[in-house]
Design a protein around this ligand. Structure first.
Ligand SMILES: [Zn+2]
Length: 434
C-alpha cells in the first residue's frame, strides 16, 4: 500500500475491531509482536504528523508577542486530538520536534517499531541537557547499536543514554543538576477513598535523610509498643511536624529532633458540594470536594464538623438542588466573587476537554463584545494555559443544550474540530433521592 490516509486507517481499525486472532499459540505470540511494532510505528508516525501540524500552525502567527499563545493553542489541539491534557499535548509537541529535527535515528527506530514511544521519550529526555551537536552524535550511536539497544530494558537504556550525555558535557550535566535542585517542589493529587498523595521532589541527600528520620520514628514507636502500622507512624510523624511545626535546635541546625513547639495552624478553605440528604439525613451520596473530586458521605460530614469545631478547615458549603447547582446572575462585566465561586464549584477543574488543571480564570463563553452575559451559565472555569490558547484566531465556544440537563460547552478548534465538555454531575439532594 502507499500513503496511510485517514480512510485507510479507518479500514485498519475496522479490520482489527472485527478480528478474533490466530488459532495457535505460536501465531498468537507472533501477532502480539507485530501489533506492538504497529503501535510503535503508529506512535512514530504521530510524531511526524504532530511536527508538521505544529510548523504549519506557527506559520499562521506573524506577531512574535502572540507566539506563546499559538504554542498553547497547538498544545491544546494536539492534546484534544489524542484525548489528553494540554500539558501532555505540549510534551508530545516537544518530543515530535526533537525527533524530527535532531534525532533521525531514534525516530527511524520508533517508526520501524524497534523501540516504543516510551523508550524514544526516555532518549529525548536524557539528552535534553546536551548541545544539538552532541545530541546528534548520541543519536547516531543509538542508530548504529539499535540491534543491541532494542533488546535492553527501559532502565538500562535510560542509564546508558544518561552516561553518554554525561560524557558529552559534564559541565552542562552539573548545571542541569543545579537547575533540578532549583525546581524542587511539593504537589498534591487526589486519590480514591477520600485520600490525597502529598509528594515532594527534593534533592537526593535531604530526601534520603527525611525518609530515614521517618523510618526511625516508626522504629521508636514500635519499640515502645505502639500498635499503629509502620506506614501510619511515618505519615503521622510527617504531618505532625509539617502542620504543627517544629522549631529547629539552633542557628544553622537542620535536625528536627527537638521538642515540638506548636505553630499556629494555617486555616485553609475548600469548596464542598454536599446534598442536604448527606449533610442532614445521614445519606450516603458522595460529596464533591473542590478539585479533589468525590469524597465519601461520612468524610464530608466529618469535614463539616471539623470546620465548625477546630477552625482547621473553612468550608464553603454549596447545596445542590435537583436540577444542579443554584444559578446566580450579575450585570457586571467581571464575574463577581459569588458567581465565580459557583462556576468553580460546578466545574471542579478546567473545562477544556481532557484538561484537569485547577481553574485559574473565569471565562466568558461568548465574549462580552459579542453580547456574552456575565452569568454562571455563560461562564466557565479555565486554567491559564487553556484561556490563553482560546484567544488565538479560529477558536470559538458556545453553551449548548445537553440531554443530561447539565451545563455543556461546545468548543470549535481552528481546524474546525468540535469538542463538548459537560460539567460533572452535582450530588443528588433530598427531593431527587427520596
Ligand atoms: Zn485547561
Amino acid at each position: 500500500m502507499g500513503e496511510a490516509t485517514p480512510e485507510e486507517l479507518d479500514s485498519w481499525i475496522d479490520a482489527l475491531t472485527r478480528s478474533t486472532g490466530p488459532g495457535d499459540d505460536a501465531a498468537r505470540v507472533r501477532m502480539l509482536t507485530q501489533l506492538e511494532r504497529l503501535t510503535s510505528a503508529a506512535d512514530g508516525f504521530k510524531a511526524v504528523v504532530t511536527a508538521a501540524f505544529s510548523r504549519s500552525q506557527r506559520q499562521t502567527c506573524r506577531l512574535p508577542e502572540k507566539a506563546e499563545r499559538v504554542e498553547r493553542s497547538i498544545a491544546v489541539q494536539v492534546g484534544m486530538a489524542r484525548r489528553e491534557s494540554p500539558h501532555r499535548g505540549a510534551r508530545r509537541v516537544g518530543l515530535a520536534m526533537v525527533l524530527t529535527t535532531e534525532m533521525p535515528h531514534t525516530l527511524a527506530a520508533l517508526r520501524t517499531g524497534r523501540i516504543d514511544e516510551w523508550r524514544a521519550t526516555v532518549i529525548v529526555r536524557e539528552t535534553a541537557t546536551v548541545s544539538r551537536e552532541d545530541r546528534g552524535k548520541i543519536d547516531a550511536r543509538i542508530g548504529a547499536e539499535i540491534d543491541r539497544l532494542e533488546t535492553v530494558s527501559v532502565r538500562c537504556l535510560e542509564k546508558e543514554v544518561r552516561a553518554r550525555a554525561y560524557e558529552a558535557d559534564r559541565e552542562v550535566f552539573v548545571r542541569a543538576r543545579e537547575q533540578a535542585v532549583k525546581d524542587r517542589r511539593v504537589s498534591l493529587r487526589p486519590l480514591p477513598g477520600g485520600m490525597v498523595r502529598l509528594s515532594a521532589t527534593v534533592p537526593l541527600v535531604e530526601g534520603v535523610a527525611a525518609y530515614a528520620t521517618l523510618v526511625r520514628a516508626a522504629a521508636t514507636a514500635a519499640a515502645s509498643g505502639d500498635k499503629r502500622s509502620r506506614g501510619a507512624v511515618m505519615v503521622d510523624t510527617l504531618l505532625d511536624r509539617v502542620i504543627h511545626g517544629v522549631v529547629p535546635a539552633g542557628p544553622g541546625a537542620r535536625c528536627v529532633n527537638v521538642p515540638a513547639a506548636k505553630a499556629p495552624v494555617v486555616p485553609i478553605a475548600v469548596n464542598l458540594v454536599v446534598s442536604d440528604a448527606t449533610l442532614l439525613a445521614g445519606g450516603d451520596e458522595p460529596a464533591q470536594c473542590g478539585e479533589f473530586g468525590p469524597i465519601p458521605a461520612d468524610l464530608a460530614r466529618e469535614l463539616v464538623l471539623a470546620a465548625d469545631g477546630e477552625g482547621l478547615l473553612t468550608l464553603r458549603r454549596v447545596y445542590a438542588n435537583p436540577t444542579g447547582i443554584v444559578a446566580m446572575e450579575s450585570r457586571s462585566r467581571c464575574f463577581p466573587p459569588g458567581v465565580a465561586r459557583l462556576i468553580r464549584t460546578r466545574d471542579h477543574t478546567c473545562r477544556m476537554p481532557y484538561c484537569d488543571a485547577p481553574v485559574r480564570h473565569i471565562d466568558h463563553i461568548t465574549p462580552v463584545a459579542d453580547g456574552g452575559a456575565t452569568t454562571a451559565t455563560h461562564g466557565q472555569g479555565l486554567c491559564e494555559g487553556c484561556n490563553h490558547a482560546k484567544q488565538v484566531v479560529g477558536w470559538s465556544t458556545r453553551v449548548v443544550d445537553d440531554r443530561t440537563g447539565r451545563h455543556t460547552v461546545e468548543t470549535i478548534t481552528p481546524t474546525g474540530r468540535v469538542y463538548r465538555s459537560t460539567a460533572p454531575p452535582p450530588p443528588r439532594c433530598l427531593e431527587s433521592t427520596g
